[in-house]
Design a protein. Sequence first.
Length: 266
Amino acid sequence: MAIGKTVLVTGGSSGIGFSISKHFANAGYQLLWVSLVKEEIDIAISKLRSEIPDCNIDSLVLDLSSSDSAVKVYNWVKENQWNVDVLINNAGFGTFGFSSDIDIDRELNMIELNVVNVYKMTRLFLKDMLHKDEGTIINISSNTSFQPTPKLSAYGATKSFVNHFSRSVNEELKILKSNVKIMCVCPAAIKNTNFRKAGKMDKLKTFSGLATTTSEEVAKDVWNGFIKHKDFVVSGWKMRILYRISGLVPYGIQQFLVRKEIKEVQ
Ligand SMILES: NC(=O)c1ccc[n+]([C@@H]2O[C@H](COP(=O)([O-])OP(=O)(O)OC[C@H]3O[C@@H](n4cnc5c(N)ncnc54)[C@H](OP(=O)(O)O)[C@@H]3O)[C@@H](O)[C@H]2O)c1
């Protein structure tokens, strides 16, 4: 049991964040959640406590797409004298459609949340972890970070940033011979979270396609990756097979398959 250890999960009140939180709570971690909607947090805390009665949880309602949000989270942690052992940058959303049509402000908001906030949170908490020479940052990217994703162009690009930044800084940590780790996780399309609805992707074929996964499978992959000190996790067993063989498939065929996946079905 990890008594006295603390995990900070952005977007912990729903979807992947909620499922991952359960693994950490069961292992004895104190949970710190930062999410957007207070009612969602309250409902999620009641649900978690009904499943794990002795879980220790604190929460902060905050819009993580605002420019000072990372500093606010960091100050909240410091004021309460918590020590974050594990930071999970999970909160995020996607926009769907032709780039010429999507509302620019909505996409800028997504870039603030998926890129700028992840960058700032990583920088702020990494500094403390380096000082102690311990800690893990888990950044949730996506399979859309692997190749061009038409109609998910800006979203895929935000996740490419998360993928590249996380893995590169993790390599720096190896050069520094640090015990701190950054693990990057790339889940496949998930059937059972709010992400689809929030991004108006309800009819997108990829969510009923070959390589879909669930928040529970992603959470299990994250937990197993964490305890095995992995650098990089492709989540969803079907996506892992596709990822391994993708290098053998010519680019034109890969993109033909991607175009099929982003079709909308009734
Ligand atoms: N679902 C997929 O197919 C899929 C695939 C690959 C990667 N991912 C990534 O996985 C992560 C989690 O997604 P999910 O599928 O679990 O989606 P989800 O169920 O919609 O959960 C998103 C979480 O992020 C929080 N959030 C959203 N906007 C926020 C903001 N501005 N400020 C603070 N918190 C905010 C939400 O809080 P509230 O509930 O309070 O609004 C919610 O807790 C995202 O980074 C997503 O890009 C998802």
